[in-house]
Ligand binder design. Structure first.
Ligand code: ADP
Ligand code: ADP
Length: 207
């Protein structure tokens, strides 16, 4: 099954994708995570990603698509995937359809996790990540267990999140009519506990 998790930064896409991985038995593919891994490797490509990511700007489509092509060619991604934070632009959406079509696949559903902007800033500034496992926590809503050392992403500041949110409104949200025309969109209320949101997504997917 190929599933897209859509929504503003901090909506809970990554958190919910992790939970769906076990249930659907397909990998989570997060372009943000792939870019952070590349950045950590210190490669030239990673440095390029960093310029955009630090400023909260979208990385150019060609670079994102190169990354995605490589990821989709890996063995664990042959039966389906949960796309988290991708596609984020119209060209990315069309390229994803073309890539999947070459593999005889197509998107089953686009789940939009809806969260108002007031909550987004609080979620993003409270987000913490365990650098060892990549597990995401929130200082208030999903605190890390004691003994787990967490970090804050450097783009998780109020200022940068506002730029990211503007980018979402301007370039990402306008992709939704493309999926709506195909009848693929399911909107889910993202306000509530982590478990409540998981249940709503499962209901939307008929799981
Ligand atoms: P969040 O879901 O919290 O917004 P991500 O980890 O998905 O964060 O993305 C972090 C940053 O990585 C984005 O602000 C952007 O610079 C870059 N990025 C991630 N995915 C994409 C994408 N599909 N297209 C363009 N840029 C991306
Ligand atoms: P995204 O991948 O959409 O950027 P994340 O899954 O990383 O979002 O979630 C952003 C932050 O909000 C994290 O700190 C996460 O723990 C927290 N979070 C996720 N879902 C909820 C929820 N339903 N209620 C409160 N906080 C949440």
């Amino acid at each position: 099954m190929d599933l897209v998790l859509f929504g503003p930064p901090g909506a809970g896409k990554g958190t919910q994708a992790e939970r769906l991985v076990e249930k659907l038995d397909v990998p989570q593919i997060s372009t943000g995570d792939l870019m952070r891994a590349e950045r950590k490797s210190g490669s030239d490509l990673g440095k390029k990603f960093d310029e955009y990511m630090s400023a909260g700007k979208l990385v150019p489509d060609e670079l994102v698509l190169e990354l995605m092509k490589k990821r989709l060619s890996q063995s664990d991604a042959q039966k389906g995937a949960i796309f988290d934070g991708f596609p984020r632009t119209q060209p990315q959406a069309e390229a994803l359809d073309a890539l999947l079509s070459e593999m005889g696949r197509k998107i089953a559903k686009v789940v939009v996790i809806e969260v108002p902007v007031e909550d987004i800033v609080e979620r993003i500034t409270g987000r913490r990540v365990d650098p060892k496992t990549g597990q995401t926590y929130h200082v208030r809503y999903n605190p890390p267990p004691s003994g787990v050392e967490v970090e804050q992403r450097k783009d998780d500041t109020e200022e940068v999140v506002r730029t990211r949110f503007e980018g979402y409104k301007k370039k990402t949200e306008p992709v939704l009519p493309y999926y709506e025309k195909k009848g693929l969109v399911a909107r889910v209320d993202g306000v509530g506990s982590l478990d409540e949101v998981t249940k709503r997504i499962e209901t939307a997917l008929g799981l």
